[in-house]
Every structure is written in C-alpha cells, then in structure tokens.
Write a protein that binds this ligand. Structure first.
Ligand code: BEZ
Length: 266
C-alpha cells in the first residue's frame, strides 16, 4: 500500500476483506510453477503467500514499513521489501505483476504503469484490481458534504484515484501493453464490527481527509457522515460499503508488431 502509517492489526483483522476478496483475483493471475511474480502493494503478505503456495516464486513490495515488517514476520521465507511502486527497479524482469487494492492510491498512473512495464519480461502480464470510477461514491459524497460544511476543502485532501476503464486502459496501451481483459464490477462490501464498521473504515482508509483537525472535530465529522450514510448503506445492524472495482489483465508487448500503434513505446 502507499505509505500511510497503516495499522497492521486492523488491516489483518477488521479489514481483512481487502485481501480476502483478492483471493479470486489469483485465479485470473493463474500463477505457474517456477514463474517469478511481483506483488505490488502486498500489505501484510497474505496474497503473496498464496502465490508462492502454487509453486511460483513471489516477491512482495509495499511502501509502508509497518506492513512489510508484519509481512516478513508472517512469512519469513518470502522476500519482501519496503518500496514505492512508482520507484521500483529490477535487474531480473518478472513473468507477471500482481496488484490488489493498491492502484487507486496512485494517481500517477503513467508513472506506476511505466515501472510495471520495466519490471516485466516482454509477454509478461499485469493482473490488477483496484477501485474504479464510481467507487464508494456514496461514502465519498458524504465526506465531501460534511467537510465542506465545516469549512474544509476535501477535494484538496482526496487521496483516492478511481479511473474509468477507458482512462486506465488507455494509459496501459500508451505505455506498451495490450489489454486482454477489463471489467468494472459492483462489489457491495459488508464491513465488520456492526455499528462501528463505517467509523472504523473511515478512520482506516479516509484518515487523510481529517489531517489538521482536532480529535473531537474528527469524531463529530464522522458522526455526521454516518448520519448521512445510514439510510443508504446500513442494513440489519451492518454497514455495506459501495465498492466498485476494475479488474484488468494487460500483457507487455513483445518484440513483434502486435497491437502496436504509432507513437506507442517499443
Ligand atoms: C478500495 O479498496 O476500493 C478502497 C479502499 C479504501 C479507500 C478507497 C478505496
């Protein structure tokens, strides 16, 4: 994940759905024995470990030092390192790059996609899932409404990037990939911890909206956000987040002329 001082216990506990939902993305990755696979934004390493369980060799990177420390203690046999995906370099290119629930923290899509391109062998694949256009739109709207009423400028603090399929796949193509699969899917996601689910979620993933505010002001803002959201996202004692994801598979162009257009790299 992007450096954010994540609470690793919350990530592995109350927010474990982040990597649990990523498990079926692994089917799209279909790791093969002996393949070298880079897991970008590996968090505490659960999906990296699942990749190695198939016989592939996985390396996990994450910009957050606490996440990597926990990943190393969870899976000491796997190679993990604290690295920002926008700055990743390798001497030995990978067969595949995998990324779950991270690219929506990186608005510089061209930069990270270029790094992924450089990290892959020609013909190597990127398999990724991230928040797409319209992701958590109800939650985001409520945050914007409440913070604006409090005199804040939420658009300046927004850490999230939720592109459309068209936008993201265009960048992939410009950067030398052929996109073989792209899907935008609704994924209403039940949050754990009953009544407290939305507050936990906002404090974990939306904390950058509240930078510089006093603790009582933050609590008051979150309470008002919850009041706006309750009629829409709260059912039978549980909160449901209005997630919307993009899944994409893209193949790094090889030395041939396939899918190439003028002005495109290679
Ligand atoms: C997501 O996984 O879609 C997501 C998580 C936290 C904040 C924004 C998006």
């Amino acid at each position: 994940m992007i450096e954010n001082n994540w609470n690793t216990s919350l990530y592995e506990g109350k927010h474990s759905f982040v990597w649990q939902y990523g498990e079926d993305l692994l089917q799209l990755l279909a790791p093969q024995p002996e393949e070298r696979i880079l897991d970008i934004g590996c968090g505490t390493g659960q999906l990296t470990a699942k990749i190695t369980d198939t016989g592939a060799m996985a390396v996990g990177i994450d910009a957050d030092a606490d996440m990597i420390a926990k990943a190393k203690s969870n899976y000491p046999q796997i190679q993990f390192s604290v690295t920002d995906a926008r700055e990743f370099h390798t001497e030995t290119p990978f067969d595949a790059v995998f990324s779950n629930a991270v690219l929506h923290w990186i608005p510089q899509a061209d930069v990270v996609i270029n790094r992924i391109y450089q990290a892959l062998k020609p013909g190597g694949r990127l398999v990724a899932e991230f928040g797409g256009k319209g992701n958590i739109s109800t939650i985001k709207q409520a945050i914007y409404t409440v913070l604006t009423a409090m005199g804040q400028s939420p658009e300046k603090l927004n850490p999230w990037y939720f592109p459309s399929i068209g936008e993201y796949t265009s960048v992939l193509e410009q950067q030398g990939f052929d996109v073989t699969y792209a899907h935008l899917l609704e994924r209403p996601t039940p949050l754990t911890d009953g009544d407290r689910g939305m507050e936990n979620w906002i404090r974990m993933f939306g904390d950058r909206f509240f930078v510089g505010m006093a603790p009582e002001q933050i609590s008051q803002a979150i309470q008002t956000i919850e009041n706006l959201l309750k009629p829409i996202l709260y059912q039978n004692g549980n909160w449901i987040a209005d997630y919307r994801r993009i899944r994409v598979v893209a193949v790094r162009r090889g030395g041939g002329k396939e899918g190439r257009s003028e002005g495109v790299r290679e």
